[in-house]
Design a protein around this ligand. Sequence first.
Ligand SMILES: [Zn+2]
Length: 438
Amino acid sequence: LADAVTTAATCDLILTGARVVSVVPSKALYWPGSVAIRDGVILAVGPSQDVDERFAAARHVRCDGDILMPGFVNAHLHAGMSLLKGYPCDYALSERLKHVVWPFMAAMDEQATGVAVRAACAESISAGITTFADMFPFVAATAHAVRDTGLRARLAPYLMTESDELARAVRDVSSLGCPRVTAAVGVQSLYGASVSALEQAADIARSEKLPVHIHVAETRAEFDQGMGVRAVARRGLMPKGSILAHAIHVDAEEIAQIAQRGAGVAHNPSANAKLGTGIANISAYRSVGIPVGLGSDSVAANDRLDLFEEMRMAVFLSRLRRDEATPLSIWDAIEMATLGGAQVLGLDQTIGSLEPGKAADLIRIRLGAPHLEPLLDNDREQVAAHIVFAARPADVSMVMVDGDVLLDSSVFTKLDAAMVMQAATAAAARVLGRAGLA
Ligand SMILES: [Zn+2]
């Protein structure tokens, strides 16, 4: 039993009688287990008989053997692109960007971005995602929508040409005054941004001491044309804590460079598979201590904001790579979807595991449905396997960020989902029409 206080104490809430997957210590399962929470912070995690006795709680919630685990961290997203969901498109990456994504973005505005981000937040909450790293223009609109929905996010613009967008984004996020929303420097990629935009991004990252969120080595062509990880580092776009999205095509020297500079990798297995860009060698990153998180990428490259799917795909693809010395395990997948993502976002002191002193960002996964049976008593390997291979977003029944309940008995507490979806459909019709895509 780990705990933050030494004397008997009161707390706001004890979630009791759960299968608690705390992520730290690694592979731990407390069953029956409890989590005690006060002022949005976890006070204790451990066996129910210990935690329940030591705290006088204002409220007890019995979890009936359901799973409690940290909320998922989506390490790479473009929430503002949510209006592109289901857009029929079988182009490869470069044609997709040129003919769909960039014309769509040129037709976007503040209002449509706010609508798109609310839709992405609704899908994220319903799937147990409590934090995400985003890259999209109109950071102010994104920040307001994230704050209103109660999620946690690190927001970056999608810089392609030199402008005041970056400086404005940093200012807008700090003036929001919402501790759950933080900023990063966002650059689309080395091939997508102008030289002056790349220089501007490196300057601001240096002066503001911010990490960079950038697409890199997503395609073999980037590596072959000298626009891979090595070039990102050379241009000053890989300071400590930076988020490298995809990082599929790298050599050994580049892996060492990422480790040495303290950057992290956002692995997007479904998006990589949908676009056919390759299978990243994730074990190679993890074996040298590089933090790896799981990302959905935008719905245009994936169609689902669903880290259950990404965990499953990450394990499957790792096993399909013939050169993986140690393919990913189910526990590796759970760790990447939670603590690994938190490390990639630089938030692992606050979130990513259920530990005393961390924020109460957690989810409840309802058991008992036919697709989650059988489940033997006290079998932690089977619980982990169910989380990675069998569970679905619809199994998430409760979502909490900083102790605030955003989803209760599978019902949104802050969002009017019907209104969000209706607004998204209207905005999609308007923006796609303006972009000449509909
Ligand atoms: Zn992306």
